[in-house]
Each structure stands twice: as C-alpha cells, then as structure tokens.
Design a protein. Sequence first.
Lengths: 288, 257
Amino acid sequence: MTRALSWILSLTALASLVLLVGVFTWQSSVIWQRDGIAYVTGHSWFYRQQQFGAFSLLYGSIVVSSMALLLAGPLGLGAALFIAEYLPQKTRLVLKSLIELLAGIPSVVYGLLGILLLRGWVYETFERFEPLSGDTLLTAGILLAIMLLPTVVSLSEDALRAVPASQRRAARALGLTRAETIWSVCLPQARRGITSAFLLALGRSLGETVAIFLVVGRQDNNVPHSWLSPAPLLQAGQTLTSKLGGAETNIAYGDPLHWSAIMGLGLILLILTGAATLLGTVRRERNA
Amino acid sequence: MSEVPPILQIQKLEVRTHARLLLRNITLSIFEGEIFGLIGPSGAGKSTLLRSLNRLNDLLPGLYVKGDVLLRGQSVYARDTDVNSIRTRIGMLFQQPVIFPTTIRENVLFGAKRVLALGKVEQTVRVESALRESSLWDEVKDRLQQPASALSVGQQQRLCLARALAVQPEVLLMDEPTSALDPRSTAAIEELLLRLKTRHTIVIVTHNITQARRVTNSLAFVAIQDGAGEILEHGATKALLSAPKNPILADYLTHSS
C-alpha cells in the first residue's frame, strides 16, 4: 500500500514537472522557432524593435546568484560549524530555531530593508567607481546573500549533525584537537550534505524575485564587454526574475512573439532552478 | 610490585551530573604492564570511570569531575594539563568499533599521522607494526588501500586497536571491547590482550567474568552503593574471584557465572 502510494505520488510529481516544462516550451515555441539559440546568446532586448536577446538577463541571474553564494557560502558554513561543533545543545537549538525563523521572513521585507540600508551603503562604499546609483547587481547579490544565509546555515548544520557523535569521540580519543576533528572527520563526512545545502541555496537564489526586483535597478542589456569584467557589477542590471516580475510581462501578453520571449525566460529559469534544486535534493538524500 | 610507583593513580575521584552522583570516592592504583579489569553490574558507572581516565567525559556536557587522576605522577585534571596530549598517552577502544570512512591504511594512521607528525617512510613502518601488533596484518596486508568498512566487525575492532596502538600510548582503555563480537573474534582479541600486556598497560571494562579471569591481573568491582557507584572491592584477580570478601561481589559472582 505504502509502496503503491509512494509510486503514485512520485509519478504525479514527475508528471506535473514534465507538464510544467512542456507548457513553458510550448508557450515559448514562437521565439525558439524564430531565433533559435540566438535567443539565449543575443545581447539586445528591445521589445519595441522585436529584438529578444536574453543573454543580459541570464548574465544578471547568474552573477547575482554566484555573488550571493560566494558571500553566503563561507559565512554560512562557518556559522554552521560554530553552531554544530562548539555550542552547547541548548543554545544550539535556540539559535537554530531563530535562524530558521529568519528563513521565513517574506522576501519583500528583505527587499525593503535592502532599499533602506543596503542601497546607500553600496553607493557610498564604492563611490570612487562612480556608480550611477545604489541599485546595482552587487546590491542585489549582497542582499540575496543575506537572504540565503539561514538556508545555508540550517542545512549545513543538519549535515554536520548527521556525522555520528561516535566518530567525533573516536577522533578525540586519539588525541586530535577539536579543530583537527572538525577538519579531518566532520567536514569530509558532511561534504555531500554541505554541497547539497549550497545547491539548494543556489536554486532558491536563482528563483528569488521581489527582493532583487527592488534593488537591482532593472536596467536591460547590462552585459560585460569582456568576460569576468567586474564593471557591470556596479551598474543597474536585470535578472530573469526581475524581468519577469516587471510590467513588461503584462504588456507582452497580447503579442504572441513578445509573450513567447517572456515565456522563454520562464523556461530558462525553470530549468536552472530545477537543476540546482534537483541536484541538491539528490545529494541530500544520498547523504542521509 | 609496590616498590614501583603506579602508572595510573586514581585519587578520590567523584563524577556527578547536576542531579545525581554517579561515582563516589574512587581510589585505585594501576601498575605498568598489568591488565586491570573493571567488573560490576550494568549502570554502576564502569564506563564513566574508564572515560574519566582520559577525560573523554569532557565531551559530554553536564558531567562534573572532582578528585584527580595521575598519569606517571602528572595530574590529568590540572588546569594547565593539555588534554589532547593526555589522550595520546592514554588510548581507547570502544564497545562498538568506530571506523573512519577511509582506507585501512588511513584508519591506522588517523591519529598517529596528526599527533606524531610522521614522515612517509615512518608511516609505512608504523602501519605494519601496528597491524602486526593487533594480529590483523596477515589478513589485510594486500588491501591496505581498500575501504576499512569492508572488514568484518571483529576485524574492525582489531583495526581500531591498531589505530590506538599506532599512537604508541602508555595506557590503553577498553570499554567492553568484545561485547559486540562473535566468539572467534572475541578469542582473537583476548589472545591479543595477553600478548600486548608485556608492552602495554591495559584497563578493561568487562561484563564477562570468564574473560576477566582469563586476561586480567587485577580487578576492581564497581557497584551501586547508596545511590552512587563505588569500588566495593579490588585486588589480584585470582584472590578476588576465588575468595570475595564483599557480600555484594560474592552475590554478583554467583549470579553471573
């Protein structure tokens, strides 16, 4: 019974995922037929001229998410180590539930805080690079990092706690220090779980919309002149989600070509977040 | 024997939690080269006592220790004692073998490599000597690079022993090291103990009176008295087992043999 039910439910989940991707593919078919891969690699998005190059949006999403992960990853892992390995049980539980509470704060609140606190700070801190305003890809990245922290901390901490206490005890009994034990026992054994935490956080960051929307500047066609050039970071930009969350989506609905270009962005987003989340979940399951 | 100072001296040791006294007034001397057994009913605090000797109880929050343990005259519980260096001098073997998820070789070197900073050649030598000492060498010499998890439980326990021996401790603590093993592995470990005692001092917790009789020189009987674990009798194994003075010990012996 349980077996059959779990099969039915798994298949339902899989079917709805396939259906979702199918709908987005179908809805975006017009733009794929017209531009092919150039739709993804094209640098210009001017809908009035019927130019739909999604590259700057993809770039924006990837840059903002990687920045967020780069900041939140080490910081979050450090916090998780501290909580899992150094804090006494009671404090650990209190802190952990507080951190999980943070994960539940609506993202629009983070966005508002971003406008209130972060925008000005970025503008002033990087003044000598002459940003036009505090609404930049960097601002969005930092804000997103703050939003990801609870996820990274909580999931990494779970991964560390999943390492049996007997392993730590055996290492300590050999005379290893706490730091040596963490380094040679806890981290290697929690590695899968920690990378899974990072992937799930990445999935979340790629899909995050409102908070980014409020601080990213929503400037189309911000693309670096050369790869790895940091210049665009201090300019206003646009991510897949901030684009999709904007007014243009409603304008596009009447025009089959424009609409399919918008739905194409949705498809790319779906694939990116889906891949990160799926990969993360699979690793997490295997770790457990 | 009393001319030689003991290698371990337990002095008025008391272990308690917030709510309850676990061990009361434990005083014992353990001499170099002997196998010292701790026997007694479950829950009397034998394992707690054993873990107090290398301060592994420190890892459990909420346990408080009073009194002291001297290792060759040096205080284990003094404020300025380096606990980690004490633990390299007092090795430990647990009830269940704890294998690190890596190769057999790396398992043997797990402590030695980090604690003693051995060079490459020394490492290889140490692996072989430790595995020989724990009678595992012939079984694993061709597969040192294979995962240790593939070994049987009995082999894993001997691997743990090799790992402890590789650090070259002065004293080895064993917490019912054969309770999870089949009779054959148990026999192998017991044989090993007898062979090891020429070079090592061993403190072993055991439930098994027959085992205690076979391998130990001295015994201490730990049992609950007035709500806390105490040593009710201790002395040479033969005398203690054949002519127990304490009535609780006599009772314990008749019921467990």
